[in-house]
Design a binder for this molecule. Structure first.
Ligand code: APR
Length: 228
């Protein structure tokens, strides 16, 4: 049974990683448009670099939760029939053991060289303009997809979403496209759709199954039903 799982900030919330829209629209005390847009980076690169340096450091000190581990177990049993597409830029899915994974909004632990396009793994700060390991230029930015930029691996994701039998949406408010459109696409291609979220979201196309609750409770419970 081919399963595509879309995850958002809500799956990492109980690990202590801030979501985007729960704290009254502020994100780590900042307006998203002040730190997560190419314009913000041109206008005030140091603020943007410091914002992501702080999130990269914070992510290094949190750990995956039971929801991340349950998805890793699902892949352990079902293998390549499971693909996780995450909007998150933390590495908690990897650290829980998930391998079949797409970071459609990029990764905190990767830098992007605006000179040569290299995307090296990167765990240190970027604010002091280190040299790109590939070309030596001091033009590295966070490898995070900002508003107005193209997410990664859209073709691969669409092929998976249109070819799956079950589409599961976990911890995402369904506010940001193209991710927010995947439930309608999966449903149009005959998949059963499942939402596991703190509160039911009200998108254009309703989910076939909705289980409201904390990810650390509803995700392991759902994986249990799939594996037994
Ligand atoms: N368990 C399950 N769901 C939770 C939990 C939890 N403990 N805590 C919060 N949620 C749910 C919220 O109810 C909400 O629906 O997770 C969702 C988080 O929504 P957002 O904060 O909007 O995060 P997300 O959907 O991932 O945002 C998508 O927007 O800002 C951009 O690029 C950024 O990837 C991000 C994208």
């Amino acid at each position: 049974m081919r399963i595509v799982v879309l995850t958002g900030a809500g799956i990492s919330a109980e690990s202590g990683v801030a979501t985007f829209r729960d704290a009254g629209g502020l994100w780590e005390g900042r307006r998203v448009e002040d730190v997560a847009t190419p314009e913000a980076f041109v206008r005030d690169p140091d603020t943007v670099q410091r914002f992501y340096d702080a999130r990269r450091r914070a992510t290094a000190s949190v750990v995956p939760n039971a929801a991340h581990h349950a998805l890793a177990r699902l892949e352990q049993v079902l293998g390549d029939d499971v693909l996780v597409v995450t909007q998150n830029v933390d590495d908690l899915h990897e650290r829980a053991g998930t391998r079949n994974l797409v970071h459609m909004h990029g990764e905190l632990n990767r830098a992007l060289c605006t000179s040569c396009g290299a995307r090296p793994r990167w765990l240190a700060d970027l604010v002091d303009a280190p040299a790109c390991p590939a070309c030596g230029e001091r033009m590295l930015r966070p490898d995070v997809v900002w508003f107005g930029e193209l997410p990664y691996e859209l073709d691969r994701i669409e092929r998976a979403v249109t070819g799956c039998e079950v589409f599961v949406s976990i911890g995402t408010s369904g506010n940001v496209y193209p991710a927010a459109g995947y439930v309608a696409l999966a449903s149009a291609f005959g998949a059963r759709t499942v939402e596991l979220n703190l509160e039911p979201t009200s998108g254009a196309v309703p989910f076939d199954v909705v289980r409201a609750g904390l990810a650390t409770e509803v995700v392991p419970a759902w994986v249990e039903t799939v594996l037994t």
